[in-house]
Design a protein around this ligand. Sequence first.
Ligand code: GLU
Length: 512
Amino acid sequence: MSTVRVRFAPSPTGPLHVGGLRTALYNYLLARKTGGFFVLRIEDTDQKRYVAGAEEYIMEALEWCGISPDESPQKGGNYGPYRQSERRDIYAEYLKKLLANGTAYHAFDTEAELNDRRAAEKEKGNHNFRYDASTRMSMRNSLSLKKSEVEQLLVDGTPHVIRFRIDPGNTVNFKDSVRESVSFQTEELGDQVLMKADGLPTYHLANIVDDHLMEITHVIRGEEWLPSTALHVLLYRAFGWEDSMPAFAHLPLLLNPNGKGKLSKRDGAKFGFPVFPLRWEDAAKQEVSAGFREEGFLPGALVNFLAFLGWNPGTEQEIFSLEELIEAFDIERINKSGARFDIEKGRWFNQQYLMAHMDEELAPLVQNEFNKEGYDIGTDTAAAIAGLLKERIHVLPEFFSSGSYFVKAVTDYDEKTIRKKWKTANRDKFDQLADVLAGQDDWSAAPIKAAVVAFMEANELGFGAVLPIIRVAISGSVQGPDAFEMLEVVGREESVARLRNGYDAFEKIKAQ
Ligand code: GLU
C-alpha cells in the first residue's frame, strides 16, 4: 500500500472548535500509526468568511496539543503551497480539463436573474428551485446559449461562474469506513458551482484537486461533509481519477451535554465550559470564548478526552498517552453514532492526568496559578501543594481556589463545625497546644503529629475534638488534605498565629 497521507483542511473562519480538533487528532493518529504524513491545508477560498488570526490560532492549538502537522503553510513540504488562496492558478488549470471534456460549463446568470427565477418558481408553488439538468436549458449558460454567443460573452469578460454538469440517472456508490457503503442518486444533486465569479474555486473543486495533487490517501472529516462526498466522487470521475480516490471516514457528530443536537459555541456559554482549545478574542464582535488551556486543562487530558468522543479501543483502559493512542487507534473502531460532549468526563480525565504527574512536574504550573493571584511561591512549596491537592481538584486554577490558605490567613471559618466543636472551657488547653507547636523544632508532618498526639493524650482529648479545630483555624474548613501536612506547608510561625487568631474568632462565633 502506498504511504498514508492524511490532511486536516480547516477553513480559517474563526477559532478551531473541539470538533475540528478531534478531526485533526484522528488524522494525526492514523498518520503516526502508519508511518505516514499529516498535512495541514488551509482552505481559505471563501474570502467573505475569512477571519484574521484564525490560521495562527489553528497552528497554535495543534502545537499545544502535541499534534503538529508534518507539512503546512508554515513548515512547507513537497506538495505546497498549503494555502488554497495561493493555488488559484492550479485550480484554473484543472478546471480547463473539465470544460474540455464537457463535465463543466460556463454560466452567465447574474445574481438578480437567479433571484428572479427563484421568485417566479415560488409563485408557481415550487420553493426549491435548483440549477440542474431539469432547469439548466432555461438558464443562460454555455449549454443553452449558441456557441458564438458564449464566445462573445467570454471575450467581453462577462462575469460568470463555472458549474459542474451532473446528469440524472446515475448512482454514486462509495465506501466509508465508518458507515460501510453509502449510495446517492445523481438526481439528488444540483449543478454545483465549481468556480465563483471572483475567479476563486468553491470548496468542492479546490478540495478534490488538492486531495489528488497532495496524494491524500484517507479523507477523515466531520459527518456534515458526507452529503458532499457524492459530488466529490463525481468530480474524481470527471477528472478520470476515480482509481486513486482516497478512502473516506466521516466522523460522528459531537452532541451537546443533553445528547440532543450538535455541540455548538452557544452550548459552551450556556453550560459554562469551553468548546475551543484556546481562548479566542473576537475584536470585531467584542466576544471572548473560553479555552481549555486557559481553563486549566492539560493538553494530554484534552487529547485523551477527545480521542474517546467517537472512538474506543474496545478495552476497559481509558487513560492513554499520545503514544498509546497512536498504538491503539484503529479507523475501523470509529463509532457511527454521535458522541455526547460530557464536560464532567473531561474534568475527570484532567484529574487523572494531574494525579499521574510527579509533584515536581506540577510545581511550575502551581507557581503560575499562585502568581496569577499575586503570590510568589518557591518550587518546594509549589511541589508540596501539588502533592496535597492534585487528587482533590480537576483543573489548574483550583490549586489556588482550593489552596489559597497555603499563602494567606483565613478569615472565613466553617461556623457550623465551630459551634459544635469549640468548647470555651478548653481554651486554656488549646492555648497550650499553640505554645507546644511554637516550640516545635522539627517542623515536618510526622514530628508535628507526634507533638499533637502527645498533647491530646496529656489533656485527654481525642482526634475528633482537636483536629477539626486545627483544620478550621488553618484553612477555614474541615475538608482538605492531611492536617499535619497542611501545617508543615503553612509553616510554624504562621500556623501558630492562625491557631491563636482562630481561637479568638471561635469564641466570638460561639458567643453569637
Ligand atoms: N474546509 C472544510 C472544513 O472547513 C474541509 C472539509 C474536508 O475535510 O473536506 O471543514
